[in-house]
Design a protein around this ligand. Structure first.
Ligand code: PSV
Ligand code: MN
Ligand code: MN
Length: 431
């Protein structure tokens, strides 16, 4: 069968219909923002330059540990996944890279994978290792941990896997390794806190030593799950200590779903920036735990406040290296292509709003302890509808003014249903 692709001409045709209204809204917003001293073009250009990486594991069958419900025409392998990622980028122009997870999406042919990605206009962001479950044919089990396991041979196997991920990443053009481990304990007394962290650090140092000079190692903390009593890298404090012990290439990765409810994540971001250890993000949203819901779907104000810290820090020249932006979401009630497009746009929305904050007024309010005016200043930006800026940025880059509308109009998934016949396992719900 022929491979269906959404054409540039489709985008141009649909955009032509939507452009007059967009231009009107954009011009009105330009006038409104200029009254407050903001130049719309500066913000539109910054939004257009914004990019966030797509998670390879986010385009497949989403799910929880309770169930997976395969959708029609879903990707069967890495090439299909890249094809779907390319649709997201083609329509939003906001997701130029993909973050791969090994061994889930380990390419059997690296050269062909890299070449296919290039043809689709995609690059590769951080590669992710997986020592939180046992891979097929694996010699030693991670049931009781990986990098911090009590058994030296199991730790060595986990280190080896991470080094293999670096090698794969090098061949693909990645520049970072993200390490998240599920190591921890379920019962008081099960694990010696100090010794477990010592073992982790020793293993992590061996991985760090294998990093190329221009690479980063992102350490991801998570409060709980799968370990429910204690987790070795449970919080940003432990993460910071580990990254500091390892060296300058090691940085902390903040996954928005990995904190206790109501944690002030924007302040964690500020702290990590202040001490030069913010590596990047796994963006998603959550109400209870590691929910992996779409960005900004639960707490858009929190996302805005995080971007406020990022814009403020960038204005102050506080970054030696720009943080890596990655999405990490997976669930099973929407088409992942639509959800990932919405999340990428949501990040751009909060970024644009953060650029609208009147920083002089905010600073003055802070100096005068005028709490009400400080919040008002933030809210004035947060309440501004910047949708015309986002749509114009997409349009100027050749993306869709209305990405979800165009995607639905294209019938992409229906085309893929024919091209990607479900396997017997998928039809049975076993994926
Ligand atoms: C763990 O919960 C996590 O956030 C890590 O980033 C994993 O690599 C990812 O989810 C995928 O399960
Ligand atoms: Mn994550
Ligand atoms: Mn997670």
């Amino acid at each position: 069968t022929e491979t269906y692709r959404i054409q540039e001409a489709d985008i141009a045709t649909q955009n032509a219909k939507a452009l007059p209204a967009l231009q009107e809204d954009y011009d009105a917003l330009r006038r409104r923002l200029s009254r407050n001293g903001s130049d719309i073009e500066t913000i539109t250009s910054a939004v257009a330059a914004f990019g966030v990486a797509l998670p390879s594991w986010g385009v497949g069958t989403g799910g929880t540990r309770f169930a997976r419900y395969p959708g029609v025409g879903e990707p069967r392998h890495i090439f299909d996944k890249l094809e779907d990622c390319a649709v997201i980028n083609k329509l939003t122009r906001a997701t130029p890279t993909v973050s791969l997870h090994f061994p889930w999406d380990k390419p059997s042919d690296i050269k062909a994978t890299r070449q296919f990605a290039e043809e689709l206009g995609l690059g590769f962001d951080a590669v992710n290792s997986n020592t939180f479950q046992d891979a097929a044919g694996q010699k030693l089990s991670y049931k009781y941990g990986s990098l911090s396991h009590t058994d030296a041979a199991t730790r060595a196997q986990a280190v080896e896997h991470n080094i293999e991920c670096i090698e794969l990443g090098k061949a693909l053009g990645s520049k970072a390794l993200t390490v998240w481990i599920g190591d921890g304990s379920n019962f008081a007394g099960q694990q010696h806190f100090t010794r477990a962290l010592e073992r982790y650090l020793e293993s992590a140092k061996a991985i760090y030593a294998a990093l190329p000079a221009d690479w980063h190692m992102y350490i991801e903390h998570k409060l709980y799950e799968p370990a429910f009593y204690s987790t070795v890298i449970a919080d940003w404090g432990t993460n910071y200590l580990a990254a500091t012990q390892l060296g300058p290439k090691a940085r902390c990765l903040v996954d928005l779903g990995h904190h206790a409810p109501n944690t002030n994540i924007e302040m964690i971001v500020a702290r990590l920036i202040q001490f030069g250890k913010l590596g990047g993000f796994h963006f998603n949203d959550s109400k209870y735990g590691d929910d992996d819901l779409d960005s900004g779907s639960v707490n858009p104000f929190q996302l805005f406040l995080i971007f406020n810290e990022l814009v403020d820090a960038a204005d102050r020249g506080a970054f030696d290296v720009a943080p890596a932006y990655m999405l990490d979401q997976s669930h099973n009630v929407t088409d992942p292509i639509e959800s990932l497009m919405s999340s990428a746009i949501e990040l751009q929305r909060r970024y644009a709003q953060a650029m609208l904050i009147d920083r002089a007024r905010l600073e003055q309010a802070q100096a005068e302890n005028d709490a009400l005016m400080a919040l008002e200043t933030l809210k004035a930006a947060f309440n501004t509808d910047v949708a015309p800026i986002l749509a114009m940025a997409r349009h100027r880059k050749g993306g869709a003014i209305d990405p979800v509308g165009l995607y639905r109009w294209s019938g992409y998934r229906r085309h893929k249903q024919n091209e990607r016949p479900a396997t017997a396992r998928q039809s049975a719900g076993i994926v």
